[in-house]
Design a binder for this molecule. Sequence first.
Ligand code: ADP
Length: 157
Amino acid sequence: MKIAIYPGSFDPITKGHLDILKNASEIFDKVIIAVAHNGEKKGFLTVEERVMLIKESIKGFENVEVDSFKGLTIEYAKKHGAEVLIRGLRAVSDFEYEMQLSQTNSALCPDIKTVFLTTKPKYNFISSSTIKEILNNGGDISKFVPECVFQYLTKKC
Ligand code: ADP
């Protein structure tokens, strides 16, 4: 059974994340979306809110689960018997950071490989930070996030 972890902030989950997830779920037997508790970054949503919205968004996927974790991603992956970490690539600007991250993880645990996936072009530019920016300025985010996220954030803000 090939298990893949898709780690990230998901603050909030977007249609870009979901497209990566769809591709991953077709390749691997089980995918765990793992929301990182990031001590340094103050989140827009709490980790509990993010997990709740992801749970709602992944209802159509049979082999996808959601969880949250503290500490190193690679340790979390080892604990769950995962062989693969999924990361998404948007533009060249993502590349340097993602490359450094994957090489660091590979140095820590060579058995766990990072697999990079891309989205359909229509979702490629979407990022959680742009969503927050649009939302804070009263714009319409409905095209960029799953319906449940749109409803929740509209009520919250
Ligand atoms: P992090 O804070 O770890 O970067 P994010 O929630 O922002 O977490 O993103 C998780 C992963 O999903 C990252 O690898 C990011 O590059 C990828 N990702 C996010 N949005 C997109 C998108 N629209 N297209 C491709 N990859 C994406």
